[in-house]
Design a binder for this molecule. Sequence first.
Ligand code: BGP
Length: 461
Amino acid sequence: MTKFDSLKFPKDFWWGAAASAPQTEGESLAYGKAPNTWDKWFEMAPEVFSEIGPGRTSNVYNLYREDVQRMQDINLNSYRTSISWSRLLPDGETLNQEAVAYYRDYFQTMRDKGIEPIINLFHFDMPWWMMELGGWINPIITDKFAFYARTCVEQFGDLVKYWVTFNEPIVHVECSYIYEFHYPAIRDFKKAIESGYYTILAHSKAIKAMKEVSSDIKVGTILNLTPIYSKSDSKEDLQAARYAQLLNVDSFLEPMVKGTFPKDLVLLLEENDLLLNVNEDDLTIIRENTAEFLGVNYYQPKRVQAPEGDVNRPALMPEDLYAPYIWKERRINPYRGWEIYPEALYDISKLVQNEYGNIPWFVSENGIGVADEARFQDENGMIQDDYRIEFIQEHLTMLHKGMEEGSNCFGYHLWTFVDCWSWLNGYNNRYGLYSIDLKTQKRTLKKSGQWFSEFIQKQSQ
Ligand code: BGP
């Protein structure tokens, strides 16, 4: 027996996988769904995308029953996906009854098969009507979002106990307003701060609205808690790491979990003329409506060093405060360009335990995207993805170590279940426990899926 095989996780641990509505549903302009920014952006600028747009995904809208059966076949006990705001409320106000029927049956099917649904409200998919009003930089969105959140619990609260407000909120903020990866793809630090603030306010207003409908539900949020590692212990590198921590980790974690804003972050924004005028009532809502549990998506660490040049001038962009640094011992997933560093999962478990009141949390995404996986198929068409098994084992080992020391982790979800569409990479990198043939939509279990299934089975004995 290897050391890994002897690890024992709690009996009721969530073993599952994660995905999102826009990356799996398909039928993106059918059955009453209105366009979201991805649908519109693909229509306006297909060259931005890697050939395949958001309309061509794994057709879960039509195949969910078979997929849920597959979840049960491989012993998953939980699954996270999202509701599409623009499908449920195409104009922001009117319920789309076809969407209600679809989601109800999807969630009911999960329940019938013993799969706990964890349902997210926003996975980077802004309705186009809201984007035309300014998206996350128009404060009106906070009430629109709360209305959507309330509607979800009214319609599905009897089937879904665990809700999350956002998936990786920093991503829609930085990719839309700093790094130009998501629509509207502009560079404006002030707008990034505004969109971040209104996202946090929307999170709290949503929790308030959802809990008013049902006190039986639990509402959390999902953050990509990239640990920050400094190049050295020099004063400058440590300062850069501190800035990176404030902007990338504490910025969302502290308000969404504790209801307060990091004092040093407020100071930093003030010094750089980036602080917003906010009102006391909103701060009270944020303080009083916080996440009850946390999901952590982890793929890669963030390594930083002091930036070159004059660090005293007003910071205009995050890269004026910290610069990336490549660790010379790093292992890398060459297809995605992400460092592989399982030790960070231990560090995350300690961060949550020691600095965030040991709030109940789960690993809501972890995984490895590999290109051209068909080359690893055996004669039966099963992809022999031993690298994925090794990746999962290494990460679970580190997670287990943190849990042994008392970190309050209650689950592990792999990204993803069936190979799915990726925002800008289409189907280039595959993450699934099942592979997909895009022409036929046929799903085939990978070796990692087989392994994961047997591993879960053993854990439940
Ligand atoms: C996470 C997102 C997922 C998924 C994953 C893999 O950040 O929450 O939606 O896409 O990353 O990333 P990618 O698809 O860019 O390879």
